[in-house]
Design a protein around this ligand. Structure first.
Ligand code: SF4
Length: 800
C-alpha cells in the first residue's frame, strides 16, 4: 500500500505511527447479562426517548415522531416494513428503532466550516463509528482538495462544477459509478438513474447488492417476480408463519405486532435461527398499555436453532418429511392440482429428495429428526403458510438455492398466490425496493431500456453495469475513476475492508450525498466532496410549495411522504435537486431532458415515471390516496413465469453444501446489534442479547470455548484465509452464547474485514457475510505489527 496519510497526502512519517506493539483498539468495559426472552415493552419506550435526549433532539424529534408513518406524514427512514393499510395509531405508529433513526437525523447538533477547520480527516478517522455518528448534521457542502488534510466549505455551484469537470474528463462513462443507498426517494431515484443513463452508463451498484439481491435473483427465476408475494393483512389470517434467518425484534420491530395479531387469530409461528433472538420468542407491544403491563406474549411455537448454513439441510429434510406425510395421508399435504396446473419440475425434485438420508440432513442442520418431524407435522395439513426470511439466508454462499427450497415448500403446498400464504423477503432499508423498481439496476431488462429510450429520445447504454462486488474490483484495478454515492456509507457496508479501502483510495474523485458524517468521508478518493441534503422528516419546499416524495415498502405499496420540520440549515437541498443540478452541469446542451421541469415540481418526475414503468399509471393521483397504492404482483394473483417453465413456477433441485470444518475452524456470521441500523451505530449495547458497552465480541458455544482452551472474557484474534490471504480482525472478547457448536457470530461492520471480496452468493454475487470460515486464536499484542494503518482507520476503533 502506498505510504499516504488518511487524506491521501504523502506522509513519510506515517509508518512511525503504526504499526506498533501498542493496541490501536481500546476495548470498553464489557458487561454481560442473560439474553432477553421478549422484545419491546417499557424498555423500548425508554430507549426511544433516550435517543432523542442523546441526539439533542427532544423538541424536533419529539414533534416529528407524531407524524412518522401517518397517512399525512412522512415515511420512517429506517426499515421497509409496511404500515397498516387502513387504521394507524395517531400517537405511536413506529417502533424503538424507527424512533432511534428519527432521533439520529433530527438532531439539532450541526457541523460545518469551523468543525472541519479544526479537525483533520486523519484525526476524525481515529474516532469510533459511534463517536462519528454523534457529531451532528453536516450543514454545508464540503470539499477535500487533492493532498489536503481538511475539508473546506464550498457553494453548490462549485460542487457541481467540480463533478462536471471530472466526469467530462473521463475516457468513458463506464469509468464512473453511481451508488444508491435504500433511503433515496422514488423521485430522486428516477432523475438520478436518468442522468446516469444519459451520461452513458449502467453502473448502478446499490445496497440491494449487499442485502436482498439473492431474493430478487431466486424469486424472479423460480416464480417470475423478484419481490415478495404477501400483503400485511396475510399475516393476520394465516395458519403458519415461518421466519428463517431473520431477526424482526431488531431489524423490523413492527413485524412483531403483525405476528402477534396472526398468532392471536390462530397461526403457529416457527422460528429458524442460530441465535435464540428475543424478538422471536416474546413481545410486549409498546403501543398497547394493557400489553405493556401484562406478561409478554409468546411468539414462537417452535424454535429451531439451526447451524450457520444448516438451513439448506433443514429445508430439504422438511420437504422429504412432507412427502412422507403425504404418503401416510394421501391428498392432505400436497396440493396436487396446483402442482399439476401451475408448476414444473416436481418429479425431478421428488427423485432428487429420495437420494438424501434424513440422518445426514439432521446432522448437517443440527436439528434432531424428532424436532424435524414435529415441524413437518405442524405444517403438513396447513395450506396457508407464509415464509419470511432476511439476510441470514440471503448472505449465505448458497442463499439463492436456499430460497429455491423455500419456494419448493410453498409450491408443494400450493401456498403461493393465496390469501394468508406466500413468500416474504423482509427488506431492511426503507426504499430499497422502490429504487430497484425505478431502475437503480446494473442489469436492467431490454424492455425497460427500450421504454426509456423511446420516451426520452436519447440513446441509452445497453452494456450491463457493475454491481457492488464488481464495482469494487474495478475500482481496485484502477478502471473506475469516479464514484458518486447517493446516501449510505459504502465503505463500512462493503466486505473485505482492506480491499475496499484501497479501492476507495484509488478513485480520482469520491462524492457522497449525506446527512451526517460517516467513515466513507474519511476513506475517500484523491479529491472528495460531501453534499449535505435535507432528510425525509424535513419540509421540502420548492417555489414556495411543500413537496411530497414517495417510497415503496417491502410489500409493494407506494405511499407519499411529507416532512414536517424546518431543515436544519439553509444550505441543504434535496436529493432530487442534487441529481438534476448535477445533470444540468455535466450534460449541458447535450442533454435532451428538461431537468428544470423536475427541479420545479416532483409531479413532473412522477408524471414521467407513470409513462415508463408499468403499475405507476396515474401516479400523481394514486400516491396521495390514503395509504397509497399497491404495485402489480402477478404471483400474488397466482400467475407465474419461471426461467425453466414459462407460464409456471418451478421447483428447483439443489445440493447440500460440504460444511466440514477443520478442528480449529468455525463458521462465522455477522449480525447487527439492537443499537444499530445497518452501518449507523446508535450506541454500544445489544440489549436483547445481553451484551453491553462493547461491540468487539465473538459469540461462541460453551463447548467450543472450552475445547479451544479459552474461557469467556478471553481476548482473541480472528483470522480468515480465503484466497490464501491472511485477513485479521484483532482483539475480540469471547462471549459464551447459546449458539450451535462451530457456529460463531460477530458484529457488522467490525468483522467485514474478514469477508473476502470473492466470498459471494452464487448467482447473485452478493458478499456472503454470514458464511465466513474463520480461525480463532488467543490475542497476541504482536498482531498489530501485521495490521495496516489504513485498515485500522477504515474499521474505525482507534483512539489515541
Ligand atoms: S418497523 Fe421499521 S419502518 Fe416501522 S417504525 Fe420500525 S424501523 Fe420504522
Amino acid at each position: 500500500m502506498e505510504n499516504t496519510d488518511l487524506s491521501g497526502k504523502r506522509n513519510d512519517k506515517l509508518s512511525n505511527k503504526l504499526p506498533s506493539a501498542e493496541s490501536p483498539y481500546v476495548l470498553q468495559d464489557l458487561k454481560l447479562k442473560a439474553p432477553k426472552k421478549w422484545a419491546a415493552g417499557v424498555p423500548a419506550v425508554i430507549h426511544s426517548l433516550d435517543q432523542l435526549v442523546l441526539n439533542a433532539s427532544v423538541l424536533r424529534g419529539g414533534r416529528a415522531l407524531f407524524s412518522m408513518n401517518q397517512f399525512d406524514g412522512f415515511d420512517c427512514p429506517s426499515c421497509a416494513w409496511p404500515d397498516p393499510d387502513d387504521e394507524r395509531s395517531r400517537v405511536a405508529e413506529y417502533c424503538e428503532n424507527g424512533a432511534k433513526a428519527l432521533a439520529e437525523e433530527t438532531t439539532s447538533k450541526k457541523i460545518g466550516e469551523e468543525f472541519f477547520r479544526e479537525n483533520s480527516v486523519y484525526d476524525l478517522a481515529k474516532l469510533t463509528d459511534f463517536e462519528i455518528s454523534q457529531l451532528g448534521r453536516i450543514s454545508e457542502p464540503m470539499y477535500l482538495a487533492e493532498g489536503a488534510t481538511h475539508y473546506q466549505p464550498i457553494n453548490w455551484d462549485f460542487a457541481f462544477e467540480k463533478i462536471s469537470e471530472k466526469l467530462n474528463s473521463l475516457d468513458s462513462p463506464n469509468d464512473a459509478i453511481f451508488y444508491t443507498s435504500g433511503r433515496t426517494s422514488n423521485e430522486a431515484t428516477w432523475v438520478y438513474q436518468l442522468f446516469g443513463r444519459e451520461f452513458g452508463t449502467n453502473n448502478f451498484p446499490d445496497c440491494s447488492n449487499m442485502c436482498h439481491e439473492t431474493s430478487g435473483y431466486a424469486l424472479s427465476r423460480s416464480i417470475g417476480f423478484g419481490k415478495g408475494t404477501v400483503k400485511l393483512e396475510d399475516f393476520y389470517d394465516t395458519d403458519i408463519i415461518m421466519i428463517i434467518g431473520q431477526n424482526p425484534g431488531t431489524n423490523s420491530p413492527r413485524m412483531l405486532s403483525a405476528l402477534t395479531k396472526g398468532k392471536k387469530n390462530g397461526a403457529k409461528i416457527i422460528a429458524v435461527n442460530p441465535l435464540p433472538e428475543a424478538g422471536l420468542k416474546g413481545f410486549k407491544n409498546p403501543q398497547n398499555v394493557k400489553a405493556l403491563l401484562s406478561k409478554p406474549f409468546e411468539l414462537s411455537d417452535l424454535y429451531l436453532p439451526v447451524k450457520i448454513n444448516g438451513d439448506m439441510a433443514l429445508l430439504k429434510a422438511l420437504q422429504i418429511l412432507l412427502l412422507e406425510e403425504e404418503d401416510k395421508n394421501p391428498g392432505t399435504v400436497l396440493d396436487h392440482e396446483f402442482i399439476a396446473d401451475k408448476t414444473g419440475g416436481f418429479e425431478e425434485l421428488v427423485r432428487e429428495l429420495k437420494l438424501y438420508d434424513l440422518k445426514f440432513l439432521a446432522t448437517e442442520c443440527g436439528i434432531s429428526i424428532e424436532i424435524l418431524r414435529e415441524t413437518a407435522k405442524m405444517i403438513a395439513s396447513k395450506k396457508r403458510m407464509i415464509v419470511c426470511w432476511g439476510m441470514g439466508i440471503t448472505q449465505q454462499q448458497n442463499g439463492v438455492e436456499m430460497i429455491y427450497n423455500i419456494v419448493n415448500i410453498l409450491l408443494m403446498k400450493g401456498s403461493l398466490g393465496i390469501a394468508g400464504g406466500g413468500a416474504c423477503p423482509v427488506r431492511g432499508h426503507s426504499n430499497v425496493q422502490g429504487n430497484r423498481t425505478l431502475l437503480i439496476n446494473h442489469h436492467p431488462t431490454k424492455e425497460q431500456l427500450d421504454k426509456l429510450e423511446e420516451y426520452y429520445g436519447f440513446e441509452v447504454p445497453r452494456e450491463g453495469g457493475y454491481d457492488v462486488v464488481n464495482a469494487l474490483k474495478a475500482m481496485h484495478q484502477g478502471k473506475v475513476k469516479f464514484m458518486f454515492c447517493m446516501g449510505g456509507n459504502f465503505l463500512s457496508a462493503a466486505p473485505d475492508t482492506a480491499f475496499t479501502a484501497e479501492a476507495m483510495r484509488k478513485l480520482e474523485m469520491s462524492v457522497m450525498v449525506s446527512v451526517k458524517l460517516n467513515r466513507n468521508h474519511l476513506i475517500h478518493g484523491r479529491e472528495a466532496l460531501i453534499l449535505p441534503v435535507i432528510t425525509r422528516s424535513e419540509k421540502d419546499i420548492v417555489n414556495g410549495q411543500l413537496q411530497h416524495i414517495s417510497t415503496e415498502n417491502s410489500m409493494g405499496v407506494v405511499e407519499w411522504s411529507r416532512g414536517v420540520l424546518e431543515p436544519i440549515s439553509e444550505q441543504l437541498i434535496n436529493e432530487t435537486h442534487v441529481a438534476c443540478r448535477m445533470a444540468k452541469s455535466v450534460l449541458g446542451n447535450r442533454s435532451v431532458v428538461n431537468w428544470d421541469k423536475f427541479i420545479n415540481s416532483y409531479d413532473a418526475v412522477r408524471h414521467d415515471i407513470a409513462q415508463c414503468i408499468p403499475g405507476f399509471e396515474n401516479y400523481n393521483e394514486k400516491v396521495v390516496q390514503k395509504g397509497g397504492f399497491y404495485l402489480p404482483n402477478k404471483p400474488r394473483d397466482g400467475i407465474f413465469n419461471s426461467e425453466h417453465y414459462p407460464g409456471r413456477a418451478s421447483f428447483n433441485v439443489t445440493a447440500v453444501p460440504d460444511n466440514s470444518l477443520a478442528d480449529d475452524e468455525y463458521l462465522m456470521g455477522t449480525t447487527r446489534t439492537h443499537d444499530q441500523f445497518n452501518t449507523v451505530i446508535y450506541g454500544l449495547d445489544d440489549r436483547y442479547r445481553g451484551i453491553f458497552n462493547e461491540r468487539r465480541v465473538i459469540m461462541m458455544n460453551e463447548y467450543d470455548i472450552e475445547k479451544a482452551g479459552l474461557k469467556e472474557g478471553d481476548k482473541v484474534d480472528l483470522f480468515n484465509y480465503d484466497d490464501d490471504i491472511e485477513r485479521i480482525a484483532p482483539l475480540f472478547i469471547v462471549v459464551k452464547y447459546p449458539i450451535p457448536q462451530k457456529s460463531t457470530m460477530t458484529y457488522f461492520p467490525e468483522t467485514n474485514v474478514l469477508v473476502s471480496i470473492n466470498n459471494t452468493v452464487n448467482g447473485a454475487n452478493m458478499p456472503a457475510s454470514k458464511y465466513v470460515r474463520i480461525k480463532i486464536r488467543k490475542h497476541s499484542p504482536d498482531i498489530f505489527n501485521k495490521i495496516d494503518d489504513h485498515v485500522v482507520a477504515a474499521t474505525g476503533t482507534r483512539r489515541q
